[in-house]
Ligand binder design. Structure first.
Ligand code: PLP
Length: 410
């Protein structure tokens, strides 16, 4: 792939080339044993992914959305509960809250990490909720419903400040379910535990997605719930299989949300490369930091608090002229993305929640300026240099000469 052939936003062909034979063996094994749903491939993957995340249990499911939905139900969210999350996330986070019977409520983000701001979470609970008649959870003034859970999203592969979230959650009886769908392998330094912890091992339960473009991606759909709670794991395994623990004995109504054996077999192979691929992504971050440094007064680069070791599912920069910059990059064959252009509270699908513009100024401001640059383990420094040069060209083309600025000044 030469620079003149362009630089794609994502490359899902190259990483699979050297794995093709192993993938074929997975398919042959499934055909030979007619083991398509469940079976040893799924159980082995669950054991290996639990070990990777440093948790006791993992339940493979059909998608990240299903993982969040089932984790919320299994962890104790009840129909009619208010569940807090952030407005700047993929819609699946809020969809899963609704699917679990809850009502999404939003709290704004921290501008430095693009993740849930614990101070705003506390402010919301103290000022926009009142205490329940029976003590326990706070009651949302907005919905009149008990606030029972919070879903911090480790967006772009960067950790939310989980110590602060856990402390607030304990004080207000909130269930914490991590949306780790972009954060396979990310780490958080917990001051309270005085140890680094893996994404997915901190809340009561966590959800992962194995959508093909994620850091650990299947060749199709897939997801997983991780938890240290045996009872939650047991419930998720029932929900994914029509509420049955024994065939045709349905204790509850569940769903069809299993992980299939072929995807599990592929995920087992790719899991062996995940740490190396995440390291390569972090090397790409180091190169970006270097080549984009001269543009620092025009382009805000991702920050990483000392307590976060991100895995950069996405590499997101901010620029005031985002639209024009994206068009310019595209004209030079450089692919980019916007994650995400419209915060959830302003989406048509959530009009019934009655939020308005300016309700979440940080999320709204960020959404107007963010741009995701190419980021994948196989991205080469030469390509990153090319991207930096192209951004620099755009900024220079927009620069107003100093004399003109002065004469046009107020
Ligand atoms: C991908 C993603 C999901 C949903 O995962 P699917 O496997 O696509 O259902 C949820 N939350 C976030 C933050 C995601 O990026």
């Amino acid at each position: 792939m030469s620079a003149s052939a362009g630089i794609p936003f994502l490359d899902l062909v190259t990483p699979h080339l050297e794995l093709e034979q192993e993938f074929t063996a997975v398919f042959k094994e499934a055909l030979d044993t007619a083991s398509f749903i469940g079976g040893p491939a799924v159980e082995n993957f669950e054991r290996e992914f639990a070990r990777f995340c440093n948790v006791g249990f993992c339940a493979g499911v059909s998608s990240g959305t299903a993982a969040l939905h089932y984790a919320l139900v299994a962890a104790g969210v009840r129909p009619g509960d208010s569940v807090i999350t952030v407005p700047n996330t993929f819609i699946a986070t809020a969809e899963a809250i609704t699917q679990a019977g809850g009502v999404p409520e939003f709290v704004d983000i921290d501008e430095g990490t693009y993740n849930l701001d614990p101070a705003l979470l506390l402010g919301y609970l103290e000022q926009e909720c009142h205490s329940g008649r029976h003590g326990g959870c706070r009651i949302s003034r907005r919905t009149g419903r008990p606030v029972t859970a919070v879903v911090p999203v480790h967006l772009y592969g960067q950790m939310t400040d989980m110590d602060a979230v856990l402390e607030i959650a304990e004080a207000h009886n909130l269930i914490v379910v991590e949306d780790a769908c972009q954060a396979h392998g990310a780490e958080y330094f917990s001051r309270r535990a005085n140890a680094w912890k893996k994404a997915g091992s901190i809340g009561k339960a966590a959800a992962f997605s194995f959508y093909p473009g994620k850091n650990l991606g299947a060749c199709g759909e897939g997801g997983a719930v991780t938890t240290d709670d045996a009872e939650i794991a047991r419930k998720v395994k029932m929900i994914r299989d029509h509420g049955q623990a024994k065939k045709y004995y349905h204790d509850i109504e569940g769903d069809n949300g299993r992980l299939d054996a072929i995807q599990a077999g592929i995920l087992r192979i790719k899991l062996r490369y995940l740490t190396k691929w995440n390291d390569q992504r972090r090397q790409c971050v180091a190169v970006y930091s270097e080549v984009l440094a001269p543009l620092a007064s025009h382009v805000i680069l991702p920050g990483e608090p000392s307590w976060s070791r991100g895995v950069y599912h996405l590499y997101v920069v901010r620029h005031q002229g985002r639209q024009g910059l994206q068009v310019h990059l595209a004209s030079k064959g450089i692919g980019t993305g916007i994650h995400y252009p419209i915060p959830l509270h302003l989406q048509k699908a959530y009009r019934h929640l009655s939020y308005r513009e300016k309700d979440f100024p940080i999320s709204e401001g960020v959404a107007a300026e963010i741009l995701s640059l190419p980021m994948y383990p196989q991205l080469r420094p030469q390509q990153q240099k090319q991207i930096a040069i192209t951004i620099s060209e755009f900024i220079q083309s927009k620069a107003v000469p100093a004399a003109v600025t002065m004469s046009a000044g107020v």
